[in-house]
Ligand binder design. Structure first.
Ligand code: AMP
Length: 425
């Protein structure tokens, strides 16, 4: 189906053409007609799916086709984003697609002077892209009028919740008129997202375009089986031998992150930790050091990492697998961005087989197993016939001959070729 068939007006069709888009992406195909109908939307879509255009194009069309009931300077469409970077990106898309639509837009976020933003808002803005904190500053100073908002978009809502914006969002919602169209985009669904959606959306159209795992095609995923107590040693070796200059390592706990960063430093691999117990300034410094290459390794917990904007990391390591399989997808999504290939390695001990199975179930496939000689649990001496020597997912061979055992032990790639195997649980 083409953009024309989606019912977009000529101005938008030519904007899309100018961008070089020849056909709509799946989220655009599903969302654009529904938004144009005025429906609320709950969309599961990650960055890279074309989600920005999926809400921006129909939003522009609706605003330009309807007579504004907003007198003066009231905002007609509000897009909330978790980060400044995303706000800037979305604001840019609004401006690009909306050229020739006679609608005004602006972006407000924190960390920069508020006065130029006030001036823009005073001039009158149809579409406002904002991060929650700064928007509330404006609301508090009465420099923005949200009482006429017709369309509300929450972009990357899961990230907003992870970053602790729920109270800000609730305060913002109170400033909006109750009758409006709501579009909620989130890469993942959690209880919190469901609660937010339930309180916000009216009979929403549910759209999930990418199963949460497909944005990861550019990521080479590998499992290194290793005993729990030898993970750190293996990690140091991988970083050193591979001469990795930038690696993001995930641990499950804050304490674990601190401990690992210290140990890596002792091993001669510069490292710093980032997690919720650290002050904002300590986190900012850790991230800045990592970005500029002053430290090679950033050890992070899931929550801390969600708020990070780090582009195209070459290496992500799961020092411990997450308990929630979706977090695995989030973690590895930190690499393989912007068309750059990345590697995601998981150091998996036998205790974590259950978690690995759940992750593989979510992905719909097995992750390649690669054994690092000398690091696999019970690597030597080998005990033929024990399950421990089998690659993950190969546990149906409860008893193996010596030959099978050897092949399994060194031929981890068997797994990737999808050899028939039963679930390990
Ligand atoms: P997003 O998921 O909104 O961050 O978009 C990801 C990238 O896809 C952006 O660089 C867009 O410019 C691009 N994009 C959006 N829609 C299309 C399309 N229909 N065809 C090709 N590229 C697109």
């Amino acid at each position: 189906m083409s953009f024309e068939e989606l019912g977009l007006v000529p101005e938008l069709l030519s904007a899309v053409k100018k961008q070089g888009y020849t056909e709509p992406t799946p989220i655009q195909l599903r969302a654009i007609p529904k938004v144009l109908e005025g429906r609320d939307i709950l969309a599961g879509a990650q960055t890279g799916t074309g989600k920005t255009a999926a809400f921006t194009l129909p939003m522009l069309q609706l605003l330009s086709s309807k007579e504004s009931n907003a007198r003066g300077r009231a905002v007609r469409a509000l897009v909330l984003t978790p980060t400044r970077e995303l706000a800037a990106q979305v604001g840019e898309s609004v401006a690009t697609y909306g050229k020739g639509m006679h609608l005004n837009s602006t972006i407000v976020y924190g960390g920069v002077g508020i006065n130029p933003q006030k001036q823009k808002l005073r001039q009158g803005v149809d579409i406002l892209v904002a991060t929650p904190g700064r928007l509330l500053d404006h609301a508090g100073q009465k420099t923005v009028n949200l009482s006429k908002v017709e369309i509300l978009v929450l972009d990357e809502a899961d990230r907003m919740l992870d970053m602790g914006f729920i109270h800000d969002i609730k305060r913002i919602l109170k400033l909006l008129p109750s009758k409006r169209q709501n579009l909620l985009f989130s890469a993942t669904y959690s209880k919190e997202i469901k609660r937010l959606a339930d309180g916000l959306l009216h009979n929403p159209e549910l759209i999930e375009v990418t199963p949460r795992n497909t944005a990861t095609e550019l990521v080479t995923q590998v499992v290194h089986p290793v005993g729990k107590t030898r993970k750190r040693e293996l990690l140091s070796k991988l970083i050193t031998d591979g001469n990795w200059s930038q690696v993001l390592v995930f641990t499950r706990t804050k304490h674990g992150a601190n401990k690992l960063a210290k140990q890596l430093t002792t091993d001669g691999v510069s490292a710093t930790a980032i997690h919720g117990n650290k002050s904002q300034s300590a986190r900012t410094k850790a991230l800045a050091d990592f970005k500029k290459g002053a430290v090679r390794t950033l050890v992070a917990t899931d929550i801390a990492a969600r708020g990070l904007d780090i582009d195209s990391l070459p290496h992500v390591v799961n020092f411990e697998l997450p308990h929630v399989p979706e977090d695995y997808v989030h973690r590895i999504g930190r690499t393989g961005r912007a068309g750059v290939e990345g590697r995601a390695l998981s150091l998996v001990s036998s205790e974590e087989r259950g978690q690995l199975s759940s992750i593989q179930r979510l992905l719909g496939r097995k992750i390649e197993v690669e054994r690092i000689p000398g690091f696999y649990e019970n690597d030597t001496p080998s005990t033929p016939g024990t399950e421990k020597h089998l690659p993950f997912g190969e546990r149906r061979f409860k008893k193996t001959s010596g030959d099978q055992n050897r092949r399994n032990k060194y031929g981890g790639k068997d797994n990737a070729r999808g050899r028939k195997s039963s679930r390990s649980r």
